[in-house]
Each structure stands twice: as structure tokens, then as C-alpha cells.
Design a binder for this molecule. Structure first.
Ligand code: HSE
Length: 298
């Protein structure tokens, strides 16, 4: 018995939702193949597209899979093949795609003992290995699709958020690496009250805008006064990319996860394409190779 999976990339944070909000991208992702084996435990048999460890305890997919098996302990095991398309450290949830894919595949081969929401806590164990923190804002949207809110971590409370029909994401995915653990180390542990007030006002506005198809409210809300000022300087041409995206009609633009990928949200495919062209032009002089994608948000 085997299963072949598409493991989607994700945009975490979406400007004002640091560690609590994420979005699934249906057009970028890895491929994974999982097989049941008579021998118990997890084996990673093949990884293409990236230089990652095959030892399950050192691999995010392996760690997530083992966390699931600890709870269910079937009389057989699993083999995992990973074909990476999402570059590690790119800010679009490379580790989350592998962790989510591993637990989803195993759950399917076991006859779905867990719901997708329940799978998040296993996938988070893999994420912790990669970034040093158990954030769920990539693994939850990778498992649930669309926009996903992590209302709380203790206990985990995950909510799928509706979105307007004409919303598109443009993502530039540079082929360089910024480690999430390092990009978390540059953050300040304390937030001034006035910035916190702005941030929760914006986050409430973003959720309200998504539910009521109010593109103008989404535009007013897509800002980040807390994280972006500390991380933006590590991303080549970040301010220029953002400015070009906004000048070409994007509703908002910001760092995807911990970077270096940058996202923009737009109303309509035509605008999202125009924004893609503008971002490309703004990035060109860095000399860094990149991919650019436009995805409809489902
Ligand atoms: N919320 C996490 C961070 C996402 O920004 O550090 C990492 O992809």
C-alpha cells in the first residue's frame, strides 16, 4: 500500500499575524511517497532536490512521523520518499511541507485515525526540529488549506478562516537561505503597548475583511509594526519590492514567514500578475536567482 502526496508551500504571519496566521499555496509544493512496510518504525529511503539527513530522528518528516506513531503504535512501519521543490530556509514553509506530508500520508495509510486538526500537533514536532520553535502557522495551513488561524497554542485551537473569491497571492522565492531560528533570534522579546494596539487592531481588521470580502479593509490592515522592522533589513531589496507591489495595485505586501520570500496579496488575477512583474523588476539587480508564483487562494 502506498500514497503519493502534494505537500504545499505556505505563507506564515501574513504581516500582522505573527505565529498565529498562515496561508496555503496550492501551486508550489513538494512531492512525497509513503509506503507501509512489514518492519516497524520509520525509514526515509530517498530525498531528491535537497541535501537533508535520511536519519528519521534528524529529519523533520521523520520526527513528525515518529510523534504520530508514538500515540498509535501499529504493528507495521512506513517508508518515506521526499522530493523537495521548496528550498529550505526560503520562508515558504519547506520544513512544514515535509512534516505535514509525513503525518498526513501515514494517517491516510492507517485509515484516518486522526482529523486534520489533530495532525497539526505531530507536524509541529517536526517544525520544532527545523526552527527551534513549535510554531504551527505553516503546518496548520499546509494540513487544512486556505487561511488558518491558531487562536491558541495551549491548548491548540485551530480555526479555518474564510476568504474572498478573488484573492490572489504573489510570492517571490529567492534561492537563498535565511534560517528561521536566526530570524527569530533577532526579534525583541518585549513589545511596546502602542505597537501591540496597532497590531491587534490590524489583525482583527484583516480577519473581518476576509470574512466580509472587504478588500479595502484588508488593504488597511496588512501592516506589521513589530516583526518586519527587525527582519526586513535581512531581505535583499525588501523595501523596494514592497513599494513596487503597492504601486502596482497590491492590497499589501510583507515578509513570507521568516523570509527571504516576500508575498503580496491582490484582488484579481490580472493585478496579481502585474504585481509579479513589478516584484521581479524590483528584485533583478540583486543578482540572486529566484522563482515567482501567483496562486489563487482557495
Ligand atoms: N511564524 C514563524 C516566524 C514562521 O515568523 O518565525 C516561520 O516560517
Amino acid at each position: 500500500e502506498k500514497i503519493q502526496l502534494f505537500c504545499p508551500a505556505t505563507i506564515a504571519n501574513l504581516s500582522c499575524g505573527f505565529d498565529v496566521f498562515g496561508l496555503c499555496l496550492d501551486t508550489i509544493g513538494d512531492e512525497m511517497i509513503l509506503r507501509k512496510t512489514a518492519e516497524k518504525g520509520i525509514r526515509i529511503t530517498q530525498i531528491t532536490g535537497a541535501n537533508l539527513p535520511l536519519e528519521p530522528q534528524k529529519n523533520v518528516a521523520g520526527v513528525a512521523a515518529m510523534a504520530l506513531l508514538e500515540e498509535i503504535n501499529p504493528g507495521f512501519g512506513f517508508e518515506i520518499e521526499i522530493h523537495k521543490k521548496i528550498k529550505a530556509g526560503s520562508g515558504i514553509g519547506s520544513s512544514a511541507a515535509s512534516a505535514a506530508g509525513a503525518v498526513l500520508g501515514i494517517n491516510e495509510l492507517l485509515g484516518r485515525p486522526f482529523s486534520r486538526k489533530e495532525l497539526v500537533r505531530f507536524a509541529m514536532k517536526g517544525e520544532a526540529l527545523a526552527s527551534g520553535s513549535e510554531h504551527a502557522d505553516n503546518v496548520a495551513p499546509a494540513l487544512l488549506g486556505g487561511f488558518t488561524l491558531i487562536r491558541g497554542y495551549n491548548p491548540l485551537d485551530i480555526i479555518k478562516i474564510e476568504s474572498p473569491p478573488e484573492l490572489f497571492a504573489t510570492v517571490i522565492h529567492p534561492q537563498i537561505e535565511l534560517k528561521t531560528s536566526e530570524m527569530r533570534a533577532v526579534l525583541e522579546p518585549m513589545v511596546p503597548l502602542k505597537n501591540a494596539i496597532t497590531q491587534w487592531g490590524n489583525f482583527g481588521g484583516l480577519i473581518a475583511g476576509l470574512y466580509t470580502n472587504d478588500y479595502d479593509l484588508i488593504q488597511r490592515s496588512l501592516h506589521d509594526e513589530i516583526i518586519e522592522p527587525l527582519r526586513g533589513k535581512f531581505i535583499p531589496n525588501f523595501e523596494l519590492i514592497k513599494k513596487s507591489a503597492m504601486e502596482n495595485g497590491a492590497l499589501g505586501a510583507g515578509i513570507s514567514g521568516s523570509g527571504p520570500s516576500v508575498f503580496a496579496l491582490s484582488k484579481g488575477f490580472h493585478t496579481a500578475q502585474k504585481v509579479a512583474q513589478a516584484i521581479q523588476d524590483a528584485y533583478k539587480d540583486t543578482g540572486i536567482p529566484f522563482e515567482i508564483h501567483v496562486s489563487k487562494i482557495n
